[in-house]
Unconditional design. Structure first.
Ligand SMILES: Cc1cc2nc3c(=O)[nH]c(=O)nc-3n(C[C@H](O)[C@H](O)[C@H](O)COP(=O)(O)OP(=O)(O)OC[C@H]3O[C@@H](n4cnc5c(N)ncnc54)[C@H](O)[C@@H]3O)c2cc1C
Length: 297
């Protein structure tokens, strides 16, 4: 199933992927720069994060435009298992998630973790509110059963005939496109941010082979996913070589470079989660290895 999905994506993205994006600089707004179009909130990347940001901005009264680099939305969100954690108790969830930091090479931001635990209590209602008749199912529990609070953690996904990620993204897509009629430009990669001093005021994007300047009156939201299909980022951040990605090939770290072009600091770059796989001579795709819990390395 993964392989089929990857082949579909590989065919549809060749044109968009060919656009170079390395060494991105932000464009300084000058009086000569002409805007081709404008919106309130401009969302870069139409995966789960972009869809949710667009929904929230729209519901807060903003006019929203989403730019997606590939010929279809979804990103890693659509090829994922679509699972999300929904704890029964906020305090226990904090205790559990806080304890998982002992296993990761990861910076902790207490305020962010606490906000995450507040917000995660509403995730089930958020998802079922996106589309009528959406049903959720419990498909798993806490990954680390010996940690405090683990017995209060359940993993959910959207019930349906397709795989979890497709079910989740179909639900988000319905809320974005059918319910809210938010405009989505496919095959329109964002290339550079446009800045006025310290403020990001728009984006240069490529649409139908032409670069256009899109003004964002309120905000630009950068939700362009990860870097697993960018060799250089893999070497720099994942500290490895010959690592093969599993997911959407649109994720080449564009947003990370755009954010850096306006001075953003990156964090968590070396902390990542991935299934193990191996490359077999003669096969283009990697083969995933499933290690059955509670095995350990
Ligand atoms: C096989 C697999 C299984 C997973 N299972 C789970 C799970 O069960 N639960 C879980 O929580 N997480 C899971 N994950 C991780 C999860 O899928 C991701 O963390 C999540 O989907 C990221 O969402 P996102 O919106 O940030 O990025 P994505 O969903 O990857 O979306 C990014 C989008 O931005 C687009 N884009 C990139 N560059 C540009 C550009 N320059 N201009 C415009 N658009 C651009 C991309 O094409 C893509 O559509 C899994 C991941 C994989 C690969």
């Amino acid at each position: 199933m993964n392989l089929q999905r990857r082949n579909i994506l590989r065919g549809s993205v060749a044109a968009a992927m060919a656009l170079p994006i390395a060494g991105v600089k932000a464009v300084e707004l000058t009086k000569d720069l002409k805007w081709d179009m404008e919106t309130d909130v401009l969302v870069l990347g139409y995966g789960g994060a972009g869809a949710c940001a667009a929904i929230e901005a729209h519901d807060a009264g903003a006019k929203v435009l989403i730019l997606e680099k590939l010929a279809q939305g979804g990103g890693n969100t659509a090829v994922s298992s679509g699972g999300f954690v929904a704890p029964k108790d906020k305090k226990a969830a904090y205790e559990y998630l806080n304890a998982t930091y002992a296993f990761s090479d990861s910076e902790k931001d207490e305020k962010l973790l606490s906000t995450f635990c507040d917000e995660i209590m509403g995730v089930k209602d958020f998802i079922t509110g996106l589309k009528p008749e959406t049903k959720l199912m419990i498909y798993g529990h806490a990954g680390f059963t010996t940690l405090p609070g683990s017995d209060t953690i359940d993993k959910y996904r959207v019930r349906g005939k397709k795989r979890g990620g497709d079910m989740l993204f179909d639900t988000l897509r319905h809320a974005v496109e059918e319910v809210r009629k938010i405009e989505v430009f496919l095959e329109t990669p964002a290339l550079e941010l446009i800045r006025r001093g310290e403020e990001v005021v728009g984006v240069v994007a490529n649409r139908n082979g032409k670069n256009i300047n899109i003004k964002a009156r309120r905000a630009v939201i950068c939700s362009t996913g990860g870097y697993e299909y960018d060799e250089q980022s893999l070497r720099t951040f994942a500290l490895g070589r010959d690592i093969l990605g599993l997911g959407s090939p649109g994720n080449t770290g564009d947003g990370l470079r755009m954010a850096q072009s306006v001075g953003a600091r990156l964090w968590h770059m070396t902390a990542y989660s991935c299934p193990l796989g191996m490359k077999v001579p003669g096969l283009k795709a990697a083969v995933q290895l499933n290690i059955l819990a509670p095995s350990h390395i």
